[in-house]
Design a protein around this ligand. Structure first.
Ligand SMILES: Cc1cc2nc3c(=O)[nH]c(=O)nc-3n(C[C@H](O)[C@H](O)[C@H](O)COP(=O)(O)O)c2cc1C
Length: 204
């Protein structure tokens, strides 16, 4: 059975716009791919720990020398990586928080970007180890970071494109809903635009 991995990262629960968009995406994706299994992670609720010395120490300790606490740290990361590798497509809902991704999404990425697991260094530079598959990023933001606004202040889309490419995911479609703090009309128009962008991305 094919799998769609949905990664949400808004702390806004039911009121989250990015979550509404990933749900809309999943519904349209399911209509196109009958029987697809949807697996959801919400980094805002996962309470993943930041990578401290203990966790990094666990990652760098050879498997046969890890103690139980270290094994648990590695298993947490490996389970997340398995979900990523098993998915046939991935959709990420990312609000903009202080010009970047929410800190919980950054922490999730810190757990899945692992040397020897999702990338490796070679004589010719880094190589991603995750088999390529479509990734759709649905980015929500209060201001306007489109070409008509301040794209140079957007560290969400360039970052996500770079890190996914780094682990082997080069087929990344970046969609953005701008102006969500600019009044009801702007919100309605951004959501309409996002819906047609999602439809166009799925038809491509
Ligand atoms: C902590 C925090 C920081 C934010 N920082 C920015 C920002 O730097 N630029 C911006 O345009 N909007 C910013 N916003 C607004 C959100 O990006 C916007 O409300 C977006 O719709 C959030 O998506 P969500 O509804 O899925 O949480 C911020 C919101 C929060 C809660």
């Amino acid at each position: 059975m094919s799998k769609l991995l949905v990664i949400n990262s808004s702390p806004m629960g039911e009121n989250s716009v990015s979550r509404k968009l990933t749900a809309m995406f999943a519904e349209k994706y399911q209509a196109q791919n009958q029987g697809v299994e949807v697996v959801e992670h919400n980094t805002a609720e996962m309470k993943l720990p930041h990578l401290d010395g203990e966790i990094l120490g666990a990652f760098f300790t050879p498997a046969d020398q890890r103690n139980d606490a270290q094994k648990a740290h590695v298993k947490r990361s490996e389970d997340l990586i398995a979900d990523l590798k098993e998915a046939d497509a991935i959709v990420v809902g990312s609000p903009m928080h202080n010009f970047g991704v929410p800190s919980t999404l950054k922490t999730y990425i810190d757990h899945i970007a692992r040397a020897g697991e999702t990338f490796k260094y070679t004589e010719n530079g880094p190589v991603g180890l995750v088999a390529d598959k479509p990734v759709y990023v649905l980015a929500t933001r209060g201001g306007d970071y489109s070409e008509n606004g301040y794209p140079q202040m957007d560290f969400v889309l360039p970052y996500l494109k770079t890190i996914f490419g780094f682990i082997g995911l080069n087929n990344v479609t970046l969609l953005q809903a701008n102006g969500l703090a600019m009044g009801e009309e702007a919100v309605a128009s951004a959501l309409n635009q996002a819906e047609s962008d999602i439809e166009a991305a799925l038809a491509a």
